[in-house]
Design a binder for this molecule. Structure first.
Ligand code: CP3
Length: 342
């Protein structure tokens, strides 16, 4: 029997939506914190296939999610392209920056990424062997704009100011970087699929700060190019796109990019998205992650609301963004029970 997530991605309306969570392997789980301590630091965890596979499997064992998402990070590809990358505890990622033509020229070619990313493919191979038969395996990458915002600023930024500045002051370097990341992402995701990923997801976490023509040029077009290249190499491969905070940009995004499913954040209501986005195909989302912290009646009520709003079409239940470290693991179980038992 075909896995539930693959059926939803193929456009089937299921009586109960399949469910997984962004960041489902993460710090809210004591077993994750233990394995991370064993690895020493976050990047070592990402690059040690046995341990990365172990943390990927932990939420599957605990909750029986319908999909596992490869444990890695969208910023590993920056390192594979030659940037320095480290994580400051309690703060987040730090990278060497790309701010001019010389910085772009100093990066490695897209074809060189396997030297660094080979352990990620090994993690995918272990998972495709060890996952339960009914669990789909999702591979992923960051979308070019979002990855570029980190490579240009050298860190997360509230408004992606440095990337927007480079886009207007040195267009050639900016578009050259977007093109390099696009090429590398095609190669990276294709290799994940060869290793056993059954679905791929593109995270464009900062898509919402691109407006007007910029949204078309740097959110829609690179995504469309990646999806077309992947589908040419792997016919029938389902792709989920997450243009976070795209707002009205969600309308028509699946058609414009060739994505099989659009993931929704919490800036749109499920009722609005059912009417304007789900009419074009499968959607994923969009319970607010805060309910995993607060639980209770509101969690049950809002979970039912999301299920109900999307019940007329193909839907994969998820949060609108990643689960946070302060979430209570019992609230995740309550969400799943509510989805599956009504
Ligand atoms: O979803 C999953 O469980 C799969 C693994 C995964 C991680 N990051 C693990 C991770 C995925 C898919 C990501 C995506 C990612 N990484 C995004 C896009 C999604 C989003 O959240 O918008 C972005 C922007 C990043 C970059 C990144 N990685 C940041 C900004 C941070 C620091 C903030 C934080 O949450 O700590 C990370 C670290 C990170 N990536 C952690 C995990 C489990 C926490 C690291 C730890 O254990 O200390």
């Amino acid at each position: 029997m075909t896995k539930l997530i693959l059926r939803a991605l193929a456009g089937e309306t299921l009586p109960t939506p399949p469910v997984w969570m962004m960041r489902q392997a993460g710090r809210y789980l004591p077993e994750y914190r233990a394995t991370r301590a064993q690895a020493g630091d976050f990047l070592s965890l990402c690059y040690t296939p046995d341990l990365a596979a172990e943390v990927t499997l932990q939420p599957i064992r605990r909750y029986g999610f319908d999909a596992a998402i490869l444990f890695a990070d969208i910023l590993l590809i920056c390192q594979a392209l030659g940037a320095d990358l480290w994580f400051e505890t309690g703060e987040g990622p730090r990278l060497s920056t790309v701010t001019d033509a010389a910085g772009l020229a100093a990066l490695k070619p897209a074809g060189a990424i396997h030297d660094t990313l080979a352990p990620v493919y090994e993690t995918v191979r272990i998972l495709s062997r060890d996952l339960p038969r009914e669990t789909a395996l999702i591979g992923f990458a960051g979308a070019p704009w979002t990855v570029a915002t980190y490579m240009i600023a050298g860190r997360g930024t509230p408004d992606q100011g440095p990337a927007h500045a480079l886009k207007s002051t040195d267009r050639a370097t900016f578009t050259g970087l977007i093109d390099l990341i696009t090429e590398a992402t095609i190669i990276y995701l294709s290799e994940q699929v060869k290793a056993g990923a059954e679905v791929v997801k593109l995270f464009d976490s900062w898509a919402g700060s691109l407006k007007g023509q910029d949204f078309t040029d740097f959110a829609v077009k690179p995504t469309a190019r990646i999806i077309a290249a992947l589908k040419a190499r792997h016919p029938g491969l389902p792709v989920i796109a997450f243009p976070r905070e795209a707002g009205p940009g969600y309308i028509g995004f699946a058609r414009a990019t060739g994505a099989d499913c659009v993931a929704l954040d919490n800036s749109v209501t499920p009722e609005w998205a059912a009417e304007h986005v789900q009419k074009d195909g499968c959607v994923q989302g969009n319970l607010a992650p805060g309910h995993m912290v607060t639980g209770g009646e509101a969690l049950v009520r809002e979970t039912r609301r999301v299920v109900q709003a999307f019940s007329g079409g193909p839907h994969i239940f998820n949060l609108g963004h990643g689960i946070t470290p302060d979430a209570d693991p019992a609230h995740v179980q309550l969400m799943i029970d509510t989805i599956r038992n009504g």
